[in-house]
Design a binder for this molecule. Structure first.
Ligand SMILES: Nc1nc2c(ncn2[C@@H]2O[C@H](COP(=O)(O)OP(=O)(O)O)[C@@H](O)[C@H]2O)c(=O)[nH]1
Ligand SMILES: [Mg+2]
Length: 317
């Protein structure tokens, strides 16, 4: 395996997915470096530039020219945070992998806390921005999202979507990410049997650059919840889901038909009621649409795992 070469193995890989963050990269790198230096473990910092339209890549090139501990991956086009994380995971050589946002909202000085928590026996430690410094329009949907996800998946953490997380190497080798699934990393890991923990982290307001996650992108995350529940629970046994729903609809249809059959047998003329037809039609169509979507998800997930859903343009080593 490419990652087990001792010479290159690091204790820590820090992965930073970024999209149009030219203003924060310099300070982020300096903060990270000073935090990691005082922590005293061997490390590498991997920036994944996800097709930024600003000068992020040239900033990274400049930083790399002066610093050995930087790696950079540039995508040809914007492929999403999940794809960026998945590329970073693939290139990471650390025994522990930390992901952190590029916008200076997370504090690199908290990295040792994550490692301590991993040492308690967790495989994945997720940050909880318990005093989140973002606009209310972002915090509220996020609260709903976290509540729903926690309720539906049974994982008792508060902030699934926090970009600040730490993993043991095995976890990142094991979870296939694509699309917007980065929000569900704790869910995917939990379902594969890893221990998922949480620590409170400080959160700073965004002072440079712009937020990229508006309501539209958030809403896509909600439909992904369906995917994740399906992938984690029913991927290997779709019949449990489809069979149950199909049978239920069939039985409903049967009852309706029996009702009409009884009417007919006692000599009443069978009248087709529009409302009844509409109900049956809607149920059937709804079922078809949902199942088609879910089958599509299986195909996409197989494909996404195979090629990661991104194309690399250049690598800074
Ligand atoms: N790779 C990648 N990273 C992204 C993308 N959109 C945002 N990010 C990064 O994800 C992190 C969090 O994004 P941000 O816009 O601050 O979201 P917020 O914290 O929810 O407001 C930052 O490091 C962004 O640069 C994207 O499309 N691709
Ligand atoms: Mg942010």
């Amino acid at each position: 395996m490419q990652n087990t070469e001792n010479k290159n193995q690091k204790e820590l890989s820090v992965i930073i997915p970024l999209f149009n963050e030219e203003k924060s990269l310099g300070s982020l790198y300096r903060e990270l470096k000073s935090a990691l230096k005082s922590f005293g473990k061997s490390y590498e910092i991997i920036f994944v530039d996800d097709g930024s339209k600003d000068n992020s890549w040239s900033v990274l090139q400049r930083l790399r020219a002066a610093n050995e501990d930087i790696k950079g991956i540039q995508f040809r086009r914007n492929s999403g945070k999940a794809a960026a994380l998945s590329a970073g995971f693939k290139y990471a050589k650390g025994k522990v992998i930390v992901t952190i946002d590029a916008d200076l909202q997370d504090d690199p000085r908290e990295i040792p806390k994550f490692i301590n928590k991993l040492d308690e026996g967790y495989d994945l430690v997720s940050g909880w921005r318990f005093k989140r410094k973002d606009p209310l329009s972002k915090i509220l949907p996020s609260k709903v999202f976290n509540y729903l996800t926690s309720m539906l998946t049974g994982i008792r953490i508060h902030d699934f979507n926090c970009g600040f997380k730490a993993y043991r190497e095995e976890v990142v080798r094991d979870i296939g990410l694509y699309g917007e699934l980065h929000r569900y990393i704790p869910v995917l890991a939990h379902w594969r049997g890893y221990e998922v923990g949480e620590i409170k982290v400080k959160h700073h307001p965004r002072t440079v650059g712009k937020s990229k996650y508006g309501i539209v992108r958030l809403s896509r995350g909600f439909t992904d919840l369906l995917t994740v529940i399906f992938l984690t629970r029913y991927m290997k046994k779709p019949l449990h889901l489809f069979g149950t729903i199909g049978l239920l609809l069939f039985v409903l249809g049967l009852i309706v038909n029996i009702y009409f059959a009884v009417l007919w047998s006692i000599g009443q003329g069978v009248r087709v009621r529009p409302l009844l037809l509409l109900g049956v039609l809607l149920m059937l169509i709804g079922f078809q649409v949902v199942s088609t979507g879910l089958i599509g998800e299986i195909i996409v997930s197989t494909r996404g795992k195979a090629d990661g859903g991104y194309t690399i343009k250049r690598i800074l080593k």
